[in-house]
Design a protein around this ligand. Structure first.
Ligand code: CA
Length: 233
């Protein structure tokens, strides 16, 4: 599921944006000031940033410029939110490195259209279609895993892990590769963490009788097999 960070000091606007994004299947985190935003980015790099121009103590424009100058955040998609509709401001926003620009007040429809357009251009993985393996269906848009009509409850990290496996069935992935591809920017995570989440993922798949989908390849890593059938009682 794609993660969107909303940096907006007006609570009502932040909540409205968060509500709409969550409704469309996004994982949303809200920060009300520059320090909180930086702390969130340090924890997890978002797939998209919605950044208000006018923030207490710090302008969104200055923040965008700063993030563009740092290797870790230089490609992070940014949509600026602003009450200023002057063309000169629009140009300043784009010059600071914003990928797009939304002028308040904006409609939910326009917000979602721009979010999708920027993601399509800069982070197409965030808009992935549903995948199905061995009767198990995973939909990134709704963040749901189902087997038939039955929903399978998985945590956020296990969801990402399962999604990656389902997109690359039968291939063996080392722990380092999984960390790189699934955790992405989490620099400080040990390889042992992968084992912990694999265990949780298998446990989550037990009620659906799909735990055996995730195979351990001794000395190499893990793989998802497509050849699983319902266990005979
Ligand atoms: Ca503001």
């Amino acid at each position: 599921m794609s993660r969107v960070l909303v940096v907006e000091d007006e609570m009502a606007i932040a909540e409205l944006i968060a509500l709409n994004l969550r409704h469309s299947g996004f994982d949303v985190v809200v920060a009300h000031n520059a320090d909180d935003a930086q702390a969130e980015i340090d924890k997890v790099l978002p797939d998209l940033l919605l950044l208000d121009w006018m923030l207490p103590g710090q302008s969104g424009l200055a923040l965008a410029k700063r993030w563009r100058s740092v290797a870790r955040t230089k490609d992070m998609p940014i949509i600026m939110l602003t009450a200023r509709a002057e063309e000169v401001d629009k140009v300043a926003g784009l010059d600071a490195g914003a990928d797009d620009y939304l002028t308040k007040p904006f409609s939910t429809h326009e917000l979602m259209a721009r979010v999708r357009a920027v993601l399509r251009r800069k982070a197409p993985h965030a808009l992935d279609a549903a995948v199905e393996v061995a009767g198990l269906r995973l939909d990134p848009a709704t963040r749901r895993v189902c087997i038939g009509e039955q929903e399978v409850k998985v945590g956020p990290t296990e969801f990402k892990l399962l999604h990656f496996f389902m997109k690359h069935p039968e291939r063996v992935h080392s722990r380092a590769q999984l960390l790189d591809r699934v955790w992405g920017d989490h620099v400080f995570i040990e390889e042992r963490t992968v084992d912990v989440h694999i265990k949780r993922l298998r446990e989550a798949l037990v009620p659906a009788q799909r735990a055996q989908l995730i195979e351990t390849v001794r000395g190499v890593g893990y793989r998802l097999t497509q050849h699983v059938t319902d266990a005979v009682a």
